[in-house]
Design a protein around this ligand. Structure first.
Ligand code: AMP
Length: 458
């Protein structure tokens, strides 16, 4: 399997009328910041220029940290792509930032990728075999080099993209920029999301629909699994040759990853989380005085639980939104401190109460242990834990950053044991059978809970 696991977000814009699109890419990336806080970048080009070139700025850090107003004003063009990146610790080096810009036979090729390719060894070997001496662990670099190689014997860049995509195994939402075209590709299973929007004559693509509105565009549709969408000055056209029958949309997008105001493949993320909370109550009811959620990802499910149970919802925690995710802090001590820094408790809401605490998932158990402790010190009488996803048991090969099996608390411990470890009064998970209803019966990838990977990976 690939050695770099990435969770990312991508955006792309093509404005046929002379326009300066960099600020729109910036707004789009700001609204995808939840998909990656480690690094970001923007590449733009002017399709009408005599001497075609690509300007690219990328660096480690949050979108607002990397781009100053002055820097943004140096990125001039009518077509561009952007990327936010989130990777596991250890690989957080500047060279891995995207978009990637490389010289090829037709000028410059730029590419940004969300997801994870599982056959990188095969792809790398093929490049080495065909004479390109090439060592990289980056999926996106391998994809870009394959496109560049295939372009030499192809009529068009779309054809080179198609030949490359046919060889890719895994999950991808790709935005690719050739000198005159913007191309968006979604993997045939549709694991990672990608959608299309429009404002006047300008087309916009993004990992999530929340980015389209931030860029002033209206949602048109999801890019279909296996679709290669090409945007030029003549408008859009699609190639569906990669399409296959089996689809497998990532359930974790709905559970945790996507922003609550996004809709993916026709299902609103907020509705899916509410539904999960309702289903959780139906399977695992409990008598309590208030229902609360872990901000932000547990709030909608807590509301669903409250709605189904009739127990009032209240906010027990305040979240300081200006601190990065605690999940990525390297040591366990730092992670625990991170939880406390990020969340503070509203004592009067919980004092003397039997509390239902809803979160979207338990990974290592750090968050839950700390929150139960905080609730109890604030005087909560009982803390009933309800998790709006099943036990997290298997690694994700498709781009969700998951610790090793060893660190996943549910691989070694039953719900009762975890409940004891974290100090709850009871602990229940959403059932695997309920995931389909949660996501309105879409075909799903639920491998992190079931170990059943769409392409049969082990
Ligand atoms: P832990 O404290 O390790 O049990 O992690 C659980 C918390 O991390 C929950 O509050 C989740 O919302 C959040 N979480 C779950 N999966 C991820 C992920 N892949 N990246 C970052 N945070 C996550």
């Amino acid at each position: 399997m690939s050695s770099i696991h990435e969770e990312c977000g991508v955006v792309g814009i093509y404005a046929p009328v002379k326009d300066n699109i960099a600020p729109y890419l910036y707004y789009g990336l700001l609204s995808l910041q939840h998909r990656g806080q480690e690094a970001c970048g923007i590449a733009v080009t002017d399709t009408g220029a005599k001497h075609l070139d690509v300007s690219c700025i990328k660096d480690m850090g949050l979108v607002a940290e990397v781009f100053s107003k002055e820097q943004l004003s140096t990125l001039r063009g009518n077509m561009g792509i952007g990327h936010v990146r989130y990777s596991t610790t250890g690989e957080s080096i500047r060279e891995n930032t995207q978009p990637l810009v490389l010289n090829y036979c037709k000028g410059k090729l730029s590419l940004a990728h969300n997801g994870n390719i599982v056959n990188t060894d095969e792809l790398r070997e093929e490049l080495i075999r065909t004479g390109a001496i090439f060592h990289t662990t980056m999926d996106s670099e391998l994809i870009a080099f394959h496109i560049a190689k295939n372009r030499v014997h192809s009529e068009s860049v779309e054809e080179a993209v198609y030949k490359t995509a046919k060889k890719l195994k895994g999950a991808y939402g790709l935005v690719i920029m050739s000198p005159k075209k913007l191309i968006a590709v979604r993997d045939p299973f549709g694991i990672r999301p990608l959608c299309l929007g429009k404002k006047d004559l300008t087309y916009v693509v993004a990992s999530e629909s929340c980015a389209l509105s931030a860029m002033g565009a209206e949602f048109i549709r999801d890019i279909e699994p296996g679709e290669i969408l090409t945007i030029t000055e003549d408008g859009i056209r699609s190639d569906y040759s990669l399409r296959q029958e089996k689809k497998a949309h990532c359930i974790f997008e709905y559970i945790y990853f996507a922003r609550i105001d996004s809709a993916i493949d026709g299902v609103k993320v907020y509705d899916a989380r509410m539904k999960a909370g309702e289903l959780l109550y139906k399977r695992h009811p409990v008598d309590a005085d208030i229902v609360t959620g872990v901000p932000e990802s547990g709030i909608a499910a807590a509301k669903g639980f409250a709605k189904a149970s009739g127990i009032p919802f209240d906010l027990a925690f305040h979240k300081n939104s200006y601190i990065g995710r605690t999940f990525i802090k390297p040591s366990q001590d730092e992670r625990a401190l991170g939880v406390q820094m990020k969340l503070s408790i509203l004592e009067e809401v919980v004092r003397g109460k039997r509390v239902v605490l809803v979160d979207d998932s338990i990974v290592r158990g750090t968050t839950m242990e700390n929150l139960v402790r905080m609730l109890k010190s604030a005087g909560a009488k009982e803390v009933h834990i309800r998790i709006s996803s099943p036990p997290f048991l298997h690694p994700c090969y498709y781009g969700v950053d998951v610790p090793t099996n060893k660190e996943l608390i549910a691989t070694k411990n039953s719900a009762d044991t975890i409940n004891r470890i974290v100090g709850g009064a009871s602990l229940e998970y959403l059932d695997v059978e309920d995931l389909s209803e949660m996501a309105d019966h879409l075909p799903l990838c639920t491998a992190c809970f079931t170990g059943e990977y769409p392409a049969g990976e082990k």
